[in-house]
Design a protein around this ligand. Sequence first.
Ligand code: ZN
Length: 373
Amino acid sequence: MKWKAVLGCMLLWGISLGHADRAVTDAPNGQNVFVITLDGYRWQELFGGADSSLINDPHFTADTSYTKAMYWAGTPEERRERLMPFIWNVLAKKGQLMGNRELGSKVNTKNLYFLSYPGYNEIFTGEADPMIASNDKIKNKNQNLLEYINKLPGYRDRVAAIASWDAFPYIFNKERSGFFINSGNDPVHGHELSRTQVALNQIQADPAYAEDHTRNDMITFLSAKEYIRKNKPKVMFVGLSGTDDAGHAKKYDQYLKNANDADRIIAGLWNMVQSMPEYKNHTTFIITTDHGRGAHPETWYNHGFFVKGSSQTWIAMIGNKIRPLGEVSQDGQAYQRNIAGTIGYLLGVRTYSRHMLPLTLFEPEPGTMLARQ
Ligand SMILES: [Zn+2]
């Protein structure tokens, strides 16, 4: 990748924005953006499929023969396709993936803590905050992009977050930010709940399904689908937690299953929006993770400042404006903090685009020669 050219583009672009009329550039441009996160999902499995040392270790994989029957194959390419068939059969052909370090493509957290709250703060504010160093449930002082967009004309009540982890009301500062947030085992509130929403509230309340800090990703998925059907948000966050939960539990078989479920969820959301006129052909998905995990077979289940490999993440994109580059194989370095600015760029909300991914990854704007270098 020609970084100097990209830098040149961004400088030019930044200067031209300085003179742009904010009211015009920030009005909805017809584009929708979905952000989907797989908490603590390693690039090693995304790009290489199941790890031989972990899938064969009965300490981490209770039933090695069954799990291998599900997810093992001779080559990394076959293994990753078995684990995440939508990502590798659809997204990799129509979109792009960054973060395969074997090919020189690197994505990292800019924050130094490699924990969830600092990671999601960085994704949604576009900056790493050195003062956010733990997952403590403290109301975030930082304004996030979703909150910012929800206040713009044309976006009010068209921004939503539905997530498995119950810390998001703090990360997004629900009291202050004012957009729809539903997470953990919180029921969906409202006067006009659909039958599906009432049923999901009942399932969540059942002690058989209730977990400590996260709800099952499949309930989050069904809840997100119902919200999309009813409310048609322009900007939507779906936060999945199963991969991190299984990692901490040291259950590699469950970690693989939850990754496979996440692939099915992404496919389900993609197919849903492609069948709706409000979304078809003008919606982009950005899929990423909040942090990596240990790179070693003895540390894979953990993450944090002292666990080597935890800063290593990945970003996948598909949809409108995304060039079909597939697996990015040039040397390059992206950061988690580039995502907020990229969402702003896609929506035309340029007042929020401090850091973004290189413009060469996107289809050129009509009438510009700059984007293709
Ligand atoms: Zn974790």
